[in-house]
Design a protein around this ligand. Sequence first.
Ligand SMILES: [Fe+2]
Ligand SMILES: [Fe+2]
Length: 358
Amino acid sequence: MVTTLPTPEPEVLRPGIKAPVQETLLTPRFYTTDFEAVAKMSLSLQDTELQAVLEELRNDYNRHHFVRDDEFKQCWEHIDGETRRAFIDFLERSCTSEFSGFLLFKELSRQLKGRNPVLSEAFGLLARDEARHAGFLNKAMADFGLTLDLSLLTKQRTYTFFPPEWVIYTVYLSEKIGYWRYILVYRHLEQHPEYRIYPLFRYFESWCQDENRHGDFFKALLRSQPKLWNNWKSRLWARFFLLTVFVTHSLTVFERASFYHSIGIDPRDYNTKVIRNTNETSIRAFPEVLDTDNPAFFSRLEKCAEANERLTQINASTSPKIVKFFQKIPPIASIGWNMLRIYLAKPINAEALREVVR
Ligand SMILES: [Fe+2]
Ligand SMILES: [Fe+2]
């Protein structure tokens, strides 16, 4: 059973500007990559698919979507206490990860200009969407008296280097999991409007279509590079990234259970649905996916979430450092062991299903 700790009070940098959350394994990261290698990628295998996605991105279906309507013009003081803290935390994580996407895509577009026109244009269009998403979320934060200083965030955050192959696997997954996260919240609130505490959620339906298109672009990119799906190494990487994305998702959802409760969502049910759907969607792009029907799959993910809660409690305690060090060994070992067991469980061969799922 996962027990949730209360969300800490938001830290303020200066009046109205929220201090970025401390970087941990769970906070959204900022990435950089080998631009030279991306510029040299041959796309011929997926030329038709990439042109089709590019056309979709050019259509810019959501150009009039991110406009705040009258429902935003009211006081939000009635959302208070734990709900308010958890909601601000949700907005901040979402805003940071959208903004992280924007920075990476913008830089890719800039670096590939004149060298790989198809990719440069596509990344430019992706950056356009992510800038809108991040901006819209930051305005929502302003409704709660806080905003993120995005230019400061750009300068202060450390950038993690990922080779292009890792970028393609992880961004594909984060776009598709983003799609499922948004659409499942949207569908739930459509059925239970009494929980729609804030108008932002009404925007999720068209919003998640952006994420879906971004994911389709990365799918075409992934399939254009045979080394990302036609050998044993690619199968191991695919499972590794699925596992890390799913563990991170589970840990974050259980850690912020109070937010989901506040909008009438059962965190366990939500986590299961998001992961099942994302894993199934990934069959279209990845050479192998995890078997979410394995009876131990979700219980192992939840054991990781429980161990993570234990780590948070230890970190928050006043015990001496050396005591904390020894206290942390069992929960870290538990996360490692449960992840390893999921990783080594029999996977699903997506290539064998390829003809069926196309
Ligand atoms: Fe986005
Ligand atoms: Fe996206």
